[in-house]
Design a protein around this ligand. Structure first.
Ligand code: UD1
Length: 417
């Protein structure tokens, strides 16, 4: 199993390009299931989760071809197997995103129920309830969601909590439903808007995406389209944190500060100079960061997917700060690993009190989930001496060519076996 060996202590300097957003790419790949005409997708990140999704829709009958450049053409003309087996769903929870499109296009779907995962139970009850409100008959049998509907009907759906993939699944189901669907308490995440933009270019009628009330007027069929995936705001935020923690100065290109307000605000509070550019973002770190309090909330507030990275920067900042996780019940597993590197962190339920120390010291640590891995990379880049991060397959799910990008910024990072 691959590991990452980091020789800490070098400030990050230079320029690096940000990839397309994983969390926008995954639902957009599923949107290809909705039309018999081809969907052309560009700016797809090269990530294991993207390959898994391509394999999953491929075994349903979607033909995937390269466009001769960096994009893919997805053709679901011959969609013949509306099913997602456990083996695939268990490695990537976002596989549940095929449920809405399959049901809308094929009138049936058999999708394995995702289990819990390292960061929490993560049920999909809101996806199921919303589809039932649209007239689907759904039963859960032998670990599978088995759904049927001759044609879904528009409905007013109020979700119990803000759910990103739940909103996306229901929006994809509603675009082919009969009549109007309104999703209230919808997720406002930029990736939901990117998916809505893709669906709109396929001929869907959607208004209000990016707000908490999305209105969809169903159409008989969607047509082919071309869509470029938005930049990855979490990858962007992660490199900003890595530069901040190592007292570096970086320019990130092919990205935007537009969807990063809460993160940029916290980095400025920590003492960083952050400048938005038309095609990117520039950060210059202070000599010593100030610890900042963070509370995770749905967008536009501070993202749970940036919580672990901010814990890492607080570990070496001046003063103490509280990090409060409100989205997932078990998302502090990186804390114990950071403590192994010399961090001072006290956990009390969903609060972590982090007191900055002068130095972290390299050690062997274990990655437990995607963003936890990112926080360990940041800590390893700051720590004195060598840090070995085990189980980096989590990182490969969400960060494209991370060791190459960090090396370009002057870090000493090597993949070892
Ligand atoms: C998405 C993101 C993930 C991010 C998360 C929160 C993708 C592929 N993944 O995950 O990176 O961390 O949003 O921003 O986009 N919940 C229920 N029942 C449901 C659905 C959700 O109880 O039917 C709960 C979850 O357990 C969690 C909260 O709602 O506590 C939010 O989860 P949700 O927004 O659905 O996360 P995902 O869409 O899985």
């Amino acid at each position: 199993m691959d590991k990452l060996l980091i020789q800490g202590g070098s400030p990050l300097h230079g320029e690096v390009s940000i990839s397309g957003a994983k969390n926008a790419a995954l639902p957009i790949l599923c949107a290809s299931l909705l039309s018999a005409e081809p969907l052309h997708v560009t700016n797809l990140p090269h990530l294991n989760d993207v390959s898994t999704m391509l394999r999953l829709i491929g075994q349903m009958g979607v033909e995937v071809t390269m466009d001769g450049s960096d994009g893919l053409i997805l053709n679901s003309h011959d969609l013949n197997n509306p099913a997602a087996p456990y083996d695939m769903v268990k490695t990537m929870r976002a596989s549940i995103l095929v449920l809405g499109p399959l049901l809308a296009r094929c009138g049936e779907a058999k999708v394995s129920l995702p289990g819990g995962c390292a960061i929490g139970a993560r049920p999909v009850d809101q996806h199921i309830k919303g589809l039932q409100a649209m007239g689907a008959e759904i039963r859960v049998e032998n670990g599978y969601v088995i759904a049927q509907a001759s044609r879904l009907k528009g409905a007013r759906i109020v979700t119990d909590m803000v759910t990103v993939t739940g909103t996306e699944n229901l929006m994809m189901a509603a675009v082919l439903a009969e009549g109007e669907t309104i999703i209230e308490n919808a997720a406002r995440e930029p990736e939901v808007l990117d998916l809505a933009n893709c669906l709109t270019s396929m001929g869907a009628h959607i208004s209000g995406a990016g707000t908490d009330s999305i209105k969809i007027r169903g159409v008989e069929r969607l047509h082919g389209a071309s869509h470029a995936v938005m930049p990855d705001r979490i990858e962007t935020g992660t490199y900003l944190c890595a530069a901040a923690a190592t007292r570096g100065a970086v320019r990130l290109t092919n990205t935007s500060a537009d969807y990063l307000d809460s993160v940029v605000q916290k980095l400025r509070e920590a003492g960083c100079d952050v400048l938005a550019e038309p095609d990117g973002i520039v950060l210059k770190a202070p000599q010593r960061l100030k610890a900042v309090n963070v509370r995770t909330e749905p967008y536009p507030a501070f993202p749970t997917d940036m919580q672990a990275q901010f814990m890492a920067i607080n570990c070496v900042a001046e003063g103490s700060a509280v990090i409060r996780e409100t989205i997932f019940e078990n998302r502090f597993m990186h804390a114990v690993e950071l403590i192994r590197l010399g961090a001072d962190i006290k956990i009390d339920a969903n609060n972590a009190l982090v007191t900055g120390v002068q130095h972290l010291n390299g050690a062997t640590v274990m990655a437990t989930d995607l963003r936890a891995s990112a926080s360990l990379v940041i800590a390893g880049l700051v720590a004195q001496g060598e840090t070995l991060i085990e189980r980096i397959y989590h990182l490969d799910r969400g960060y494209e060519r991370i060791e190459e990008k960090l090396t370009r910024l002057g870090a000493s990072v090597r993949r070892v076996r």
